[in-house]
Design a binder for this molecule. Structure first.
Ligand code: HEM
Ligand SMILES: *[C@@H]1O[C@H](CO)[C@@H](O)[C@H](O)[C@H]1NC(C)=O
Ligand SMILES: *[C@@H]1O[C@H](CO)[C@@H](O)[C@H](O)[C@H]1NC(C)=O
Ligand SMILES: *[C@@H]1O[C@H](CO)[C@@H](O)[C@H](O)[C@H]1NC(C)=O
Ligand SMILES: *[C@@H]1O[C@H](CO)[C@@H](O)[C@H](O)[C@H]1NC(C)=O
Ligand SMILES: *[C@@H]1O[C@H](CO)[C@@H](O)[C@H](O)[C@H]1NC(C)=O
Length: 326
């Protein structure tokens, strides 16, 4: 009796898992490299671990790389391509200001090319490494369906057109996410990625000095926070890094929502989450419950984000080096 009940529970559990799996994976699969490169996941994890333990701030950069990759031409590794003589690539577009972490991907790729040459895509590596890095600094685990192939195109202007601006209002943010098949919930959940990492003054300076081109400050931002930020970012400062979640920018937690709730979101796009009833309700809930569902929500939305516009089958290629097409 006890045994059959246990068995049933186990069965139901696997059923739920496989239904979830089917719903999420579409053309990608969790065991994609099972025979072609069984150690891929473990090698990626080990190398990521080595880098993150030396420099935990890289986790934020790796998460952002994956986000940028997915929003421009789909998750196809195009953010990793170098500019060429006749083409300025995404990584050299204006929003690249703080893109870092390329060396981690390159290092994993190098190890995998030795182990199983020409098998594992750079786009899959970005997805795996972002997950492993976030997990290592206290974030949730999420399954990473694999089988993405690498694109052959990377154009700076596409990054400028497809990445949401930190000055976006809620209407623009929702439209940007919707155009990638992501919901309003994904927007408020994934914005929580701003609980780690840094930003540079130009990303929010207009809120301090020239809001809406009128010369004043953003009335929706906490005045003490404005004063503190002005000290860090004198007018015209293009280089000073500022912690997005002051005090805990190296560990993954739900504290971002407390800040947004207290009008201390760093970007207008963060503050904008308070101006819609549904996203506002989500901010209030997470802020007042220490992020009751944030970890699982983030995991779910990351799986969705990781499938935007993926190339599969015979589209694209498997790059030999992540920074150049074959
Ligand atoms: C909702 C629209 C979003 C906007 C407008 C936005 C904008 C930005 C901007 C302007 C920066 C700072 C760049 C700089 O000044 O150096 C930044 C950093 C960052 N963003 Fe976003 N972002 C958005 C969504 C996301 C998403 C979906 C994720 C991941 C799930 C993410 C993760 C990050 C991380 C981790 C950093 C810090 C990077 C580092 O420390 O190197 N962002 N974002
Ligand atoms: C791509 O650019 C980076 C940074 O400029 C450089 O270190 C790397 O060697 C380049 N990759 C190739 C294959 O040229
Ligand atoms: C840019 O140059 C490469 C060779 O370096 C060539 O393969 C490619 O077709 C050129 N692209 C454009 C848009 O001219
Ligand atoms: C960002 O773009 C600028 C040119 O706009 C380039 O000089 C710089 O190397 C790029 N940064 C990275 C990390 O690729
Ligand atoms: C958001 O910005 C767009 C473009 O500037 C503007 O047309 C729209 O009215 C704004 N929406 C809100 C809710 O502020
Ligand atoms: C503020 O923004 C307006 C409109 O973009 C611009 O014309 C003006 O020069 C800016 N003022 C300063 C001090 O940067």
């Amino acid at each position: 009796m006890a045994n059959s009940k246990l068995l049933l529970t186990f069965f139901q559990f696997t059923l739920v898992l496989s239904v979830l799996g089917l719903a999420y994976t579409c053309s990608l699969t969790l065991d994609y490299y099972k025979t072609s490169c069984p150690s891929a996941k473990y090698i990626a994890k080990a190398i990521t671990k080595k880098y993150i333990s030396r420099d935990p701030t890289l986790a934020a950069s790796l998460l952002r790389l994956h986000f940028h990759d997915c929003f421009v031409w789909g998750c196809d590794g195009s953010v990793l391509l170098n500019s060429t003589k006749n083409n300025t690539a995404e990584r050299d577009a204006y929003p690249n200001l703080s893109l870092r972490g390329f060396q981690v991907i390159d290092s994993v790729k190098k190890a995998l090319e030795k182990k199983c040459p020409g098998v594992v895509s750079c786009a899959d590596l970005l997805a795996l490494v972002a997950r492993d890095a976030v997990l290592q600094i206290g974030g949730p685990f999420w399954p990473v369906p694999l089988g993405r192939r690498d694109g052959r195109v990377s154009i700076a202007s596409e990054a400028n057109d497809n990445l949401p601006s930190p000055a976006f209002n809620i209407t623009q943010l929702k439209a940007s996410f919707a155009s990638k098949g992501l919901s309003d919930k994904d927007l408020v959940v994934l914005s929580g990625g701003h609980n780690i990492g840094i930003a540079h003054c130009p990303s929010f300076a207009d809120r301090l000095y020239n809001f809406s081109g009128q010369g004043g400050t953003d009335p929706t931002m906490d005045q003490n926070y404005i004063d503190a930020l002005k000290k860090k970012c004198p007018p015209g400062d293009n280089t000073t890094p500022v912690e997005m979640d002051p005090g805990s920018y190296k560990t993954f937690d739900a504290h971002y929502y407390n800040l947004v709730r207290k009008s201390r979101g760093l970007f207008q796009s963060d503050a904008a989450l308070l101006t819609d009833s549904a996203t506002n309700a989500y901010v209030q809930l997470q802020a007042t419950t220490d992020g009751i569902t944030f970890m699982e929500d983030f995991a779910e939305s990351m799986v969705k984000m990781g499938q935007i516009g993926v190339l599969t089958g015979s589209s694209g290629e498997i790059r030999k080096q992540c920074s150049t097409i074959n």
